[in-house]
Design a protein around this ligand. Structure first.
Ligand SMILES: Cc1ncc(C[n+]2csc(CCOP(=O)(O)OP(=O)(O)O)c2C)c(N)n1
Length: 638
């Protein structure tokens, strides 16, 4: 960051930016003003994210691209579809949400991702990657069917381009006869350095003779008026076919342009102008740098990918030592288990840092596989490894495992293969919001034959359960929440737990609370307040049948508590079990509601959905309070 820009931040000098009520103002701006606007926008993003936390590197990298897009395209009539959407802060600021950035990702504040309900400029809701080309094609197809004239642009990063959906959409786009512009924002990074053959190919495109051969035609295209550009394109295709191999994108039916400097408005604006009305699928390859303009983020884009609050002049400070997170517990267990068992291999779909695998990747590089943003492939790759006697651990966020669901059913469970799923961010994820909460995994896993599902109540139990799953002969899952647990000592030997055994943690009267995983702590507190029996269920599948039946027989009210939607969750499993044994007992299911929960502070959100100890106690008290003719009795219908 330059001295003057730092001074701008200090003096809050966003004079031009403050005149931008909507993108129409950007469209009217002169070239010099656009440069100033981009500078202010970058400073504003840095200043704002430093106060709220959020995605930083990716947003600093897309400032000029965003300015150029809103300058050249008639938004919102023209549709811009952002992939992942973590890089849309400049877009939000230019589309009327500058002041709202002060409450970015906070409860009742704006989301960190595009949302259709937030702005008409947010054409498609995202946060899971690789959807933009599909959505853009759908939008373009709808315009064609309705006879509407609008331009449609998908902006996708090289990381997101590695996802299967992006390939499926490209395959379709090549024959779809739709006018779609795909902008490939290539910064050679996913969250960590981008991996895979496509990434290597893009790097070759940048350095190879191909670029040199087509540069003169591209220069012409940059400055030409559209009719000339069309001629230039035909000429280029002719020349290109004779002297250079066509790009992968051209082979797929796209007209390929670039690569151009994505921080240079003099490249971006004329190029976008000249190609915006060309027919058919086009791909513009734009080169940007993550963290652009903020030296610390440029030097370490991984650390500055997602940040908490910090001071821009000094940068992020290493976090103060605190209780280890479940993610760290998993990462350490992975290394310990790998040291002991050479069959262990670990797979991540592009989440090395987030899933706590940096240490493992360093210590066991030959057994570490980052497969890119490719959850479906990650699961089936694991299945293949398991077929040959390896024991794969697929480390994956609950929300992203949703992408690999058929693979889980068809490739893993159906073949009863020993793949261990280490499912992080299970439950309320916090500031990333509805797209990232792990709200459904217990429901979608529980119905799968052969699956063993565990939910640890503390860090040590997490370690024990991972060992249990690893040594189990079939598919298994350990799901744990974001953040740290209760601070239990982490000293468990690598020995398995008895499968399907729960543990009574408190003996009480009248009420039995069956707590799953992260809910044990609040359930124990509620149990103290209500003198209730509290059970640490440990296993969601198989349930401890004998213990559940016994507890149900000895209490008037059975309460299930889980950090998963109530619908089809662990509590449903308990109800099904009781019904199967013809047991009648009053049951109360507590869990996540049947609606998408917004973003905000994790604890605040848990309280708001009734999953902290006070809310659990009051929900139970409420249930017990209504006058009932006689105390309910658990009775076996013989
Ligand atoms: C399906 C899915 N898996 C994983 C993620 C987590 N994730 C968020 S951003 C990101 C990297 C995206 O890289 P790229 O598209 O190149 O954008 P950049 O941040 O480099 O600008 C990943 C893996 C996700 N959002 N969606």
């Amino acid at each position: 960051m330059t001295e003057s820009r730092a001074a701008d931040i200090a003096s809050n000098n966003f004079a031009l930016l403050e005149t931008v009520a909507d993108p129409a103002v950007v469209r009217r701006m002169e070239r010099a003003e656009l440069e100033t606007l981009a500078g202010e926008l970058r400073a504003f993003i840095l200043d704002s994210v430093a106060k709220t936390g959020g995605h930083l590197s990716s947003n600093l990298g897309t400032v000029e691209l965003t300015v150029a897009l809103h300058h050249v395209f008639d938004t919102p009539h023209d549709r811009i579809v952002w992939d992942v959407g973590h890089q849309t802060y400049a877009h939000k600021i230019l589309t009327g949400r500058r002041d709202a950035m002060a409450r970015l990702r906070m409860h009742r504040g704006i989301s960190g991702f595009p949302r259709r309900c937030e702005s008409e400029y947010d054409t498609f809701g995202t946060a899971h990657s690789s959807t933009s080309i599909s959505a853009a094609l759908g939008i373009a197809q709808a315009a064609k069917l309705k006879g509407e004239t609008r331009r449609v642009v998908a902006v996708i990063g090289d990381g997101a381009m590695s996802g299967g959906m992006a390939f499926e959409a490209m395959n379709n786009a090549g024959i779809a006869d739709l006018d779609v512009l795909v902008i490939l924002n290539d910064n050679e990074m996913s969250i960590s350095p981008a991996v895979g053959a496509l990434n290597r190919y893009l790097a070759r495109l940048l350095s190879g003779p191909y670029i040199a051969a087509r540069r003169p035609v591209k220069e012409m295209l940059k400055t030409a008026m559209p009719p000339v550009a069309r001629f230039a394109r035909r000429a280029e295709e002719h020349v290109k076919g004779m002297i250079v191999p066509s790009t992968l994108f051209e082979e797929l039916g796209f007209n390929y342009f670039g690569p151009i400097d994505g921080h240079d408005l003099d490249s971006l604006i004329p190029t976008l102008r000249n190609i915006r009305d060309l027919p058919g699928p086009r791909l513009l390859h734009v080169i940007t740098r993550k963290g652009q303009g903020y030296k610390l983020a440029e030097a370490d884009p991984v650390m500055y990918h997602g940040v908490s609050r910090f001071v821009p002049l000094t940068g992020l400070k290493p976090p103060a030592p605190s209780k280890p997170s479940y993610t760290q517990v998993f990462g350490d267990w992975l290394c310990d288990m790998a040291a002991q068992d050479p069959r262990l291999v670990a797979i991540t779909p592009a989440m090395r840092e987030g899933s706590g695998m940096v240490r493992f990747a360093g210590e066991f590089p030959e057994r570490f596989f980052d497969v890119g943003i490719a959850e479906q492939h990650a699961v089936t790759f694991g299945a293949g490894l398991a077929c040959e006697g390896m024991v794969p651990v697929v480390a994956i966020y609950s929300t992203f495992l949703q992408r690999g669901y058929d693979q889980l059913i068809h490739d893993v469970c159906l073949q009863n293969l020993p793949v261990l799923f280490a499912i992080d961010r299970a439950g309320i994820a916090g500031a990333d919001g509805a797209t990232h909460h792990g709200a459904f995994d217990l429901s979608y896993l529980r119905c799968l034959p052969n699956m063993t599902i565990m939910a640890p109540a503390d860090e040590n139990e997490c370690r024990q359960m991972l060992t249990t799953g690893f040594l189990h002969a079939g598919p298994s899952a350990v799901r744990y929440p974001r953040g740290s647990g209760c601070g239990a000592a982490i000293d468990a030997a690598l020995v398995p737990l008895p499968i399907g055994k729960a543990q009574i943690r408190r003996h009480g009267h009248g009420i039995a609370i069956l707590a799953f995983g992260s809910m044990l702590g609040p359930a124990l507190a509620a149990g103290d307040a209500l003198d209730a029996t509290v059970v640490n269920m440990r296993f969601v599948k198989p349930l401890d049948v004998a213990l559940v039946l016994d507890v149900a027989a000895r209490h008037e009210l059975v309460v299930t508590v889980e950090e998963n939607v109530v619908a089809g969750g662990a509590g449903s499993g308990v109800a099904e079990l009781l019904a199967a044994h013809a047991f009648t007992v009053d049951i109360l299911h507590l869990g996540l509601p049947d609606r998408f929960v917004d973003h905000g502070d994790q604890n605040q959100l848990l309280a708001s959905v009734g999953l902290d100890s006070a809310a659990i106690a009051s929900a139970i008290a409420e249930r017990v309070r209504p006058a009932r003719p006689a105390p309910l009795r658990a009775n076996r219908r013989a």
